[in-house]
Design a protein around this ligand. Structure first.
Ligand SMILES: *Cc1c(COP(=O)(O)O)cnc(C)c1O
Length: 437
């Protein structure tokens, strides 16, 4: 009779025999704060240029994120040797074992930012420190190795400089920067991955809503279906982190919404309140959600849901809150009267509030915000079998004709123009626009 001896399970969940198992694994927490292992060392950057450069794509048919530039940045982390020397090398495949944690347990996170060409012809990033801080929080939440955000930012700037010719200079175009981190621990043990690969990819991107999509009467509006069946994020969950696992469950409901004729979903959260069950408004599609309300005194209120743990803390969201608040404080938004009183605030609101504001004639505009689209105007929200129309300003807009951007109303358009001017480096010395040098 043969006897069976189960193999020992290692400190980070390894089953079976690997050479790594013969060495004690540092404990996860220790690993993340470890001082003795090499941190990202920018001075060790190795650049291998592509022998042949790709032809630049035609800008017209360019859709979001489908064409990759010539080069990528690659780093890896090993719990015994720390961060590898950073490498910029031709875009291409990664050698990753199929038993890696990222394929088994979705230990994946990502970021999204954009590079623009400034008026001086030099590449610029928009508030990259915010993306680095958020990426670091995502890494901690996913129990992946952490990293020095400032060092990574320097490396991203170098990558953008190497592929500078990929930054389109046409208005509405930019170079999308996609950092991704994946867990590469090999084995099926359900545990944190102390091994990771970090890659940064670049992809030229055009206007989120190409002109071809817009018809003369109904331009590039976003339409939302408010969902009472699928929940994107919940208290105590991971909605406030850019973890890949938050996005997969959204694809099937998104397809259903499209079948019903809507372009995106308005994600809600059912909550018990003193007034009974309410549907809290959270985000739309993969964007932060905004409502523009008319106040009794004819001022304007710009409202977005509070960061309650279910909301992704968008860089665009934070920027719009600040730009809105500055309108009456010396930095008026373009095209709006400086006398128009604007308050920008974070608040909790429910579908019942939206219905009440609709009845009171206060609903002026709604839009989504995020790096990809920047601002996307919402035309209608489907809820309980009918459509709530954000159309108080629609007539004005239609009269405006050609000037319409992303289906935005006058407030959304003013914010859009202001933030884009800063992103393009047209507002001289603005601290949010960071040169890549
Ligand atoms: C990335 C993202 C946003 C927008 O964040 P930005 O930093 O403005 O690009 C909003 N919601 C979700 C769910 C996101 O993933």
């Amino acid at each position: 009779m043969s006897s069976y001896t189960p193999s020992k399970i290692g400190a980070d969940g390894y089953h079976g025999i690997t050479d790594i198992q013969t060495r004690p694994l540092p404990d996860t927490v220790e690993c993340q704060n470890v001082k003795s292992l090499p941190a990202i060392d920018v001075s060790k950057l190795k650049i291998t240029l592509a022998k042949e450069l790709k032809p630049l794509p035609e800008l017209g048919p360019l859709t979001f994120g489908n064409v990759m530039s010539d080069h990528m940045l690659v780093l890896s982390y090993d719990p015994f040797t720390g961060w590898s020397d950073p490498e910029i090398r031709p875009y291409g495949g990664l050698n990753i074992e199929p038993a890696s944690s990222c394929f088994q347990y979705s230990t994946n996170l990502f970021e999204g930012m954009k590079a623009y060409l400034g008026p001086d012809g030099k590449p610029r990033l928009f508030r990259p420190d915010m993306n680095m801080a958020r990426m670091s929080r995502s890494a901690t939440r996913a129990a992946l190795p952490n990293f020095d955000g400032e060092a990574l930012q320097i490396l991203i700037k170098k990558l953008v400089a190497v592929d500078q010719r990929w930054i389109p200079s046409e208005p509405g175009y930019s170079l999308y920067v996609r950092p991704t981190m994946i867990g590469t621990r090999v084995g099926f043990g359900v545990a944190a991955s102390q091994h990771a690969v970090l890659v940064v990819l670049l992809s030229p991107s055009g206007p989120y809503f190409p002109k071809s999509l817009a018809t003369p009467r109904r331009r590039a509006w976003t339409t939302l279906l408010a969902s009472a069946t699928s929940i994107r994020a919940w208290p105590g969950g991971t909605g406030e982190y850019k973890l890949a696992l938050n996005y997969t469950p959204c694809f099937a409901p998104q397809k259903d919404a499209e079948k019903q004729g809507y372009s995106q979903i308005l994600w809600l959260l059912p909550v018990e309140t003193p007034k009974g069950k309410q549907w809290k408004v959270t985000e739309c599609g993969q964007m932060n959600f905004w409502i523009v309300l008319k106040r009794d005194d004819d001022g304007i209120e710009l409202v977005t849901p509070i960061l309650d743990g279910t909301i992704l803390p968008g860089v665009t969201r934070d920027s719009l809150l600040q730009l809105g608040a500055q309108h009456n404080k010396g930095s008026p938004l373009p095209g709006l009267s400086p006398d128009l009183q604007i308050t920008a605030r974070e608040d909790t609101f429910y579908m019942s509030d939206i219905l009440r504001w609709e009845q009171e004639g206060r609903l002026l505009e709604a839009f989504g915000s995020g790096t990809a689209a920047i601002l996307a105007g919402v035309w209608k929200v489907g809820w309980e079998g009918r459509d709530i129309i954000f159309g108080t300003t629609m007539d004005d807009l239609l009269k405006g004709g050609e000037e319409d951007v992303n289906g935005l109303g006058p407030i959304g358009k003013a914010l859009y123009e202001r933030i884009v001017a800063i992103q393009l480096g047209k507002v001289e010395g603005h601290p949010w626009s960071v040169p890549c040098e």
